[in-house]
Write a protein that binds this ligand. Structure first.
Ligand code: ADP
Ligand code: ZN
Length: 731
């Protein structure tokens, strides 16, 4: 893999393609030759596929049959450091290289020539008559606030034919323009004045700037309660990277958070940065990809896959809310963007900032061991103080049947309503009720394809499986015994909680925030902004609201079931509950008014609940670290999950048993294998699932041993095997 290598026309080169082959293929360099790293189009059978020139040809193929590279694409070649990064990520996650290349080229039309093209925007005119199709086109254009689309994109997003759009152009309702493709991003000016930092904040910013100027790799854990000004501080690090002429990347866990963040970037640097996430149009994705490669995007704000963009000179990566579990990709390439950010930075001499109010135990332990620098912002900015936290002991409350808001919590909400302040009722359960039970036969309604219960969603008027997404109408009769009208919801979801709140607080304006209630990220964002501006008195929400949104009028958080996360057998149950409760509680009292957080719990003596209430984070982490160390589990040991699946349970189990028996490669590195056992969700989408768990000592070469262990397996028929290194979820 030689970055400077040039291949004359006709020379043999090896090309990595995006096709699922287990090797690179030889081709002849095209007319004019090509460099190592060039993005190329090559023939494969009857097709043309995307590839990257990986190095000299292997020469193990009949030379007379070797075909030529069709063309070299007009994009910046893949840099040696990017190839190294893809290779190391592939080794770490045990992912084949073609899948890595697909991840690194997730933008359409990369090779299209940079010619003029037609783009479409909202026009000034009105159509002569409005049809459903026309209305949808205009709605898409309005929804995306002035963004331009290609004809194909616009037609697809509106679900109409191209002629509908063309018709609107004739009438002036849509404007057609010629535009050069892929304009560079506007310049961000790091020298515009930032906010005057507090002493705490300046010290942290200085330290980050000094790190950047060293030009060497380094990771910093930036810890500080919500509202302490972590964002202000890391924006100063971004400014420094830009001053040095290097690029910066800010990863956020939720697209819904980007809007607020982009506004802050614009205020700080005078222009908007590049955005990379699933909500961006295809045209925009391609523009980001190309401009990042040419160094004409200084800052990218994006979701985890932005880590695989072809930066020309990446100097800084911020991972905001670094503890967030959504940084772990749970299908396709199973990587953790937080960990891979550190890897990428180490390869290209960049700095990483991991920001969080409640770091993951992994990052806490790395800081504790001195591998990461640790910076702390100890107080909230300005008048805002951390909310006062208290448990409501549910054993002492008198609860009405089918109600979940205790009298104590109710009084607190009424108090806020009287003062014109907002309350948040938090319950991490989507839908109306988690269980639908037949009162005649006692059976629950389950999913036909999974080992999971169907969850009633009244808002959608359907039952839904939260594993596979299957929905069906709510039946009138029990599917088991046929009894009519005896099906009853059991337990609360947030829709049901909203119903109770509406009955308890008839005067209040209630807003429900759950990821499944909004068609688009944009709709959700608008809702969040409206709530922040005071459009609701009571917000009822799931996990979604825990993630960094700013609600300045909110002064009370009621956690409906603080025990919910404590019951799992998950290794990280305590850590997750601790983080979630602290994050949710952090929503209260962000502005001038002090906040209060009330936790409804049946076990106020539980160590996790006590640590949350005491606010003694170090004590919680030390205790949790000691427990994990004793058990030899992450971050003090290594783990990998193996998930086997197939349409029949028998062969899946047989394969698992055979694997557990032939575990010599694992034993050689001191690793142990547990299982096979049915996965906690033993069936998903009709496939039976079996898990094996591999545990290894901290320094052991786990991936290499697993690779040797699974190499001889021949998966028969429809059996599938997935390796999950450092599993986060154990489903
Ligand atoms: P965090 O990222 O730690 O949650 P933020 O950076 O979002 O905190 O800061 C919380 C709020 O306080 C924001 O509205 C921010 O603009 C404001 N803020 C923080 N530091 C300052 C400062 N030094 N001067 C003015 N406003 C600040
Ligand atoms: Zn299902």
């Amino acid at each position: 893999m030689d970055s400077g290598g040039f291949f004359e026309e006709g020379a043999l080169v090896s090309v990595l393609t995006t096709q699922p082959l287990d090797r690179t293929l030889d081709y002849k360099a095209p007319e004019g030759g090509c460099f190592s790293g060039a993005f190329v189009e090559v023939p494969l059978g009857p097709r043309k596929v995307l590839g990257v020139v990986w190095g000299p040809g292997r020469g193990d193929f009949d030379r007379s049959k070797v075909r030529s590279v069709l063309r070299v694409l007009d994009v910046a070649p893949m840099r040696a450091e990017m190839r190294a990064f893809l290779g190391r990520t592939a080794d770490y996650t045990l992912t084949p290289m073609p899948a890595m290349l697909r991840l690194a080229t997730r933008a359409p039309g990369l090779g299209d020539p940079p010619s003029m093209r037609k783009i479409y925007r909202l026009g000034a005119g009105d159509p002569d008559r409005m049809t459903d199709a026309r209305a949808r086109v205009l709605e898409v254009l309005r929804d995306y606030g002035g963004l331009a689309f290609t004809l194909k994109e616009l037609a697809e997003m509106a679900g109409v034919t191209a002629s509908v759009v063309k018709g609107l152009v004739k009438q002036g309702a849509v404007r057609e323009e010629d535009s050069p493709r892929d304009l560079p991003y506007p310049h961000l000016d790091p020298d515009l004045p930032g906010k005057a930092l507090t002493e705490d904040q300046s010290r942290a910013a200085d330290s980050l700037r000094a790190g950047l100027r060293s030009g060497r790799y380094g990771t910093t854990l930036l810890k500080g309660v919500t509202g302490a000004g972590k964002t202000e501080v890391y924006l100063e690090a971004v400014a420094e990277a830009l001053r040095m002429g290097r690029q910066a990347l800010v990863l956020l866990p939720e697209i819904a958070l980007t809007a607020e963040f982009l506004t802050r970037v614009e205020a700080r640097f005078g222009a908007r940065p590049a955005e990379w996430h699933s909500g961006a149009t295809m045209t925009e994705r391609r523009r980001v990809w190309r401009m990042v490669g040419q160094g004409e995007a200084q800052l990218v704000v994006g979701a985890r896959s932005a880590l695989f963009l072809p930066f020309r000179d990446l100097g800084l990566i911020i991972v905001d809310e670094e503890h967030d579990t959504s940084y772990k990709q749970e299908d396709g390439v199973l990587y953790n963007a937080r960990d891979m950010a550190v890897l990428r930075a180490a390869i290209c001499g960049a700095r990483v900032v991991l920001a969080s109010a409640t770091p993951s135990l992994e990052s806490w332990a790395n800081a504790d061991a001195g591998k990461y620098e640790r910076l702390e912002l100890t107080s909230r900015f300005g008048a805002a103080v951390l909310p006062q936290m208290q448990a409501i002991d549910m054993r002492a409350e008198t609860m009405q049947p089918s109600s979940w808001i205790s009298p104590s919590l109710r009084r607190a909400v009424i108090d806020r309503l009287g003062k014109g302040e907002q309350s948040l009722l938090f319950l991490n359960r989507r839908g109306y009720a988690p269980v639908t039970l037949c009162r005649a036969c006692g059976q629950q309604i389950g999913c036909d394809h999974c080992d999971a219960r169907m969850v009633e969603h009244r808002f959608l008027k359907r039952l839904m499986c939260h594993q596979c997404g299957e929905t069906k109408p709510i039946p009138d009769t029990c599917p088991h015994c046929g009894a009519e009208g005896r099906l009853a919801p059991v337990g609360p979801g947030i829709e049901r909680l909203a119903e109770e709140a509406a009955a308890s607080f008839p005067e209040a304006r209630i807003a429900v925030l759950s990821s499944d209630m909004f068609g688009t990220a944009r709709a959700l964002k608008q809702r969040i902004e409206a709530i922040a501006a005071g459009e609701a008195d009571i917000v009822i929400g799931t996990q979604l609201v825990a993630k960094g949104h700013n609600f300045p009028l909110l002064t009370l958080v009621g956690v409906i079931d603080a025990d919910l996360g404590l019951q799992g057998s998950d290794l990280r149950a305590a850590e997750r509950t601790f983080q979630l409760m602290r994050q949710v509680a952090g929503r209260a009292g962000r502005a001038e008014k002090p906040g209060q957080a009330l936790l409804q719990t049946y076990q106020p003596e539980h160590p996790v609940i006590r640590a949350i209430l005491a606010g003694d984070e170090e004590r919680f982490w030390r205790a949790e670290a000691a427990e994990r160390q004793a058990a030899g589990v992450p971050p003090y040991g290594r783990m990998a999950g193996i998930i086997l699946s197939g349409p029949e349970a028998g062969p899946v189990f047989d394969l698992g048993t055979a694997m557990a028996r032939n575990d010599a490669p694992l034993r050689q590195i001191g690793a142990q294998v547990f299982g096979p056992a049915p996965a906690p969700i033993a069936r998903i989408r009709g496939r039976h699932r079996v898990r094996l768990l591999v545990k290894a000592p901290k320094g052991a070469p786990l991936q290499e041993a697993i690779a040797r262990w699974i190499a001889p397996l021949r998966l028969k028929g429809d059996l599938r095997l997935t390796v999950d290194i450092d599993p986060q979820s154990f489903l």
